[in-house]
Write a protein that binds this ligand. Structure first.
Ligand code: MLT
Ligand code: ZN
Length: 481
């Protein structure tokens, strides 16, 4: 059965953009002069913003605010505060856990118009960009001054830098450059009452107390609204080579990923594909098989560094036990062709049906056992389902996508549903229920699997200190008290 049948609206509490307990039939925010000229209420425009990319989570919103300057963002948030209006910040709306989806009928704060590069410093290797700038534009701005930006992901043309900060996005090169948090030299943000805080000087060393960028990265719009960021850039590479390596199973792939990390200092990606996912992208996107014979597990490996990458990659692959077949590409077109097998996984799965997307990390030693058992468990319970596994083998991050699970009764995955089964299994095996997508609204009810009651209480105290009315992205990240 196609999970598309499960595409139902959230039936949680609705409060028309108002903080719970303060609901009124009209929306005082819309009468506030601060938002005049910045508000969209056209349902046709709103329709594209109230559902997440997967189509699994569909909410509603009475209005969307579209500021295009930092001052306008501050004015909008202050107006929300004055009128106790709940607001969901949204960038490119490419998230996969409903972190920017107004499931409680909140007002949307769209940051897409707050775009542009404000400063590009070739000597310092830094950029200052507005939060609505797309990741692709940030990458281009870095290249234009002879540097590179260390984060890349398939949604680069739509995902905004502010969204990647809010979710602490990982992507394809965490193994080399770390996650988004690791790129942040400074963040400027609007607090819940409209106060502007932050530092965009881009200093690499600054031990003057609490680290706002570290706090806001991964806070999912619940503590403040990011308006501008100062980014460190990474050294540009002279040469790149990409290989697809055929292996017998996930265990061999995990071992190979470890060996590659040890032997290749300029390793920039180690991505995992499995036979069914590879076959799927060949069908959906008309790609030719990469190998003469299908292989149970495939690693996509990229090396980026000084000239000689092909030789170094070739030698490293030769040193790996159990490689069945391998293809290596050095020229840009062929490299892009190999990357395509990996990059279209998400889109190909979406064509099968609305997927339960479970983005998890396992300790390397347990990744293979997890992959095997999670598939068996899901199929044992839902024989008509399909389990798609792929991800970032270098980080222990596997994306479990499940299609074909019967529609949940209440528009959400019930406590005995597939999300519950997979996430409990992850936690029991010592993993994280969210590797890089965040908690959003989709995983809130399982946050306790990874966070102790004391940690949750500390997170709540932080939230209360910075957003005492609870207007910023209510329903996301933190479970209701
Ligand atoms: C990816 O690695 O392709 C993304 O995290 C998207 C996904 O999980 O579908
Ligand atoms: Zn990913």
């Amino acid at each position: 059965m196609n999970a598309g049948g499960g595409r139902t609206g959230h039936r949680g509490p609705r409060f028309n953009g108002r903080v719970p307990g303060r609901a009124t039939p009209s929306l005082p925010l819309l009468a506030d002069p601060a938002v005049a000229g910045l508000t969209v209420t056209d349902p046709d425009i709103l329709a594209g913003h109230v559902r997440d990319w997967t189509g699994r989570h569909v909410g509603s919103s009475p209005a969307m605010l579209r500021p295009s300057t930092v001052a306008e963002v501050a004015a909008c948030v202050a107006a929300c505060h004055r009128t106790a209006t709940a607001v969901v910040p949204q960038g490119g709306n490419t998230g996969l856990v409903a972190g920017a989806t107004p499931l409680g009928g909140e007002v949307l704060l769209h940051l897409g118009r707050l775009a542009g590069v404000e400063d590009a410093d070739a000597d310092a290797g830094t950029l200052v960009v507005r939060s609505g700038t797309t990741l692709a534009d940030v990458q281009a701005a870095a290249r234009a001054i002879g540097w590179e930006y260390g984060v890349d992901l398939a949604a680069r043309d739509s995902a905004t830098i502010g969204g990647t900060v809010a979710t602490n996005a990982g992507g394809l090169h965490v193994v080399r450059h770390g996650d988004t948090r690791a790129q942040l030299l400074g963040v400027e943000a609007v607090l819940a009452d409209g106060t502007l805080v932050g530092d965009l000087r881009g200093l690499r060393k600054d031990n003057t107390g609490y680290h706002l960028p570290g706090l806001l990265a991964g806070s999912e719009g619940t503590l403040a609204v990011v308006t501008r960021v100062a980014l460190r850039l990474v050294t540009p590479v002279q040469d790149r080579a990409v290989a697809l390596i055929a292996l017998d199973d996930v265990a061999s792939a995990v071992r190979a990923a470890g060996a590659l990390r040890r032997s290749l200092p300029d390793l920039s990606a180690v991505e995992l594909l499995l036979a069914d996912g590879l076959a799927l992208v060949q069908r959906t996107h008309g790609l030719a098989p990469p190998f003469a014979d299908p292989s149970p597990a495939v690693l996509l490996v990229e090396v980026a560094g000084a000239p000689g990458v092909v030789d170094r990659l070739g030698a490293a692959v030769e040193g790996i036990d159990g490689v069945g077949d391998a293809v290596v590409a050095a020229d840009p077109a062929r490299r892009a062709a190999l990357w395509r097998y990996r990059e279209v996984q998400t889109e190909a799965i979406a064509r099968v049906g609305v997927a339960h997307k479970l983005d998890v990390t396992l300790p390397a030693a347990r990744l293979a056992a997890f992959a095997e058992s999670v598939r068996a468990d899901v199929l044992g319970r839902w024989p008509d389902a399909a389990v798609w596994l792929f991800g970032h083998a270098g980080d222990g991050n596997v994306h479990v996508n499940v299609t074909g699970v019967p529609a949940p009764v209440d528009g959400e995955d019930g406590v005995d549903g597939v999300d519950d089964l997979v996430l409990r299994r992850v936690a029991a095996m010592g993993g994280s229920i969210s590797a890089e997508h965040g908690i959003g609204r989709a995983k809130v009810r399982w946050l306790h699997l990874n966070r102790t009651p004391s940690e949750l209480a500390a997170m709540r105290r932080l939230k209360l200190a910075l957003d005492p009315l609870g207007i910023l992205n209510p329903g996301a990240l933190l479970p209701p008290t």
